[in-house]
Design a protein around this ligand. Sequence first.
Ligand code: AFP
Length: 324
Amino acid sequence: MEENIDGELAVVLSSISLACKQIASLVQRAGIMGMTGLAGETNIQGEDQKKLDVISNDVFCNILRQTGRTGVIASEEEDVPVAVEETFGGNYVVVFDPLDGSSNIDAAVSTGSIWGIYESDSTCIPDFSTEDAAKIEEKCVMNVCQPGNNLLCAGYCMYSSSTILVVTIGQGVYGFTLDPTVGEFIMSHHKIQVPKAGKIYSFNEGNYAMWTDGLKKYMDSLKTGGKDGGKPYSARYIGSLVGDFHRTILYGGIYGYPGDSKNPNGKLRLLYECAPMSFIAEQAGGAGSDGKGRILDIMPQKVHQRVPFFTGSVNEVKYLESFM
Ligand code: AFP
């Protein structure tokens, strides 16, 4: 509405919103359509793929190809980024996790899709007429490995008691709720602002014994009121990043998936989870950190790189950093 978005990017964004509507409908019907359970394969990260992980990935890939505006797509569910031959305008690089939190599906708990859109590096655009598959793949990886600071757009769609699409193009964060009676996303959250502080923490505390002493001290301190003392923090953890993140930016507090002695870089992926969510958090006045500095400053070395992740209210993230 403010005419600040490039027409080509708007086409990509509109296609993503269509993918999200399709996935929302699949998630709602999963239990009665035989779409719960495992697909029988593992992805590149060794995680069991659910049937809906595979279907949602196909939905995203097909729609992005059909836009004619995407040059490279990288998904959590694909080993390597893929070059799109059907590119007629724009050359956007789209990274996405088509269905995050899918281990919740069989219990009908919240899930979500997450994506980020980058401009293509002009020196890395694959040339299908002259380059072989190895060269094209190398260029795709180079195109995808951009720091979050380069993001043009990031968003997520949460499939929960309602379907909510949250998006930023670098000028604030807006939320749109799907009206199922007309099948359209209607703006419901104008310029979301993360409260500066909030007494809710969202960590998988089952990993406590494997955390560093600093992190253990931090967690202990929240139970006696944190920096300013007083009422203990409340614990809330769905185990679905989109749901936990959405609550955190609306109510304030902190979400964290730290590294531990078993997995020093934690579980979450930099490119299509932590960077897009950090861009959204910052655009809403919050923060996204790996415990030492901004997530958006990290230069990815690998497509499926993991990174410790802390996000939410600025004061809460700063307080956590003081223990790391
Ligand atoms: P799944 O897609 O396997 O359910 O993983 C979800 C997720 O990547 C993220 O959405 C959660 O915040 C995090 O993993 C939960 O991990 P833990 O089960 O280790 O707490």
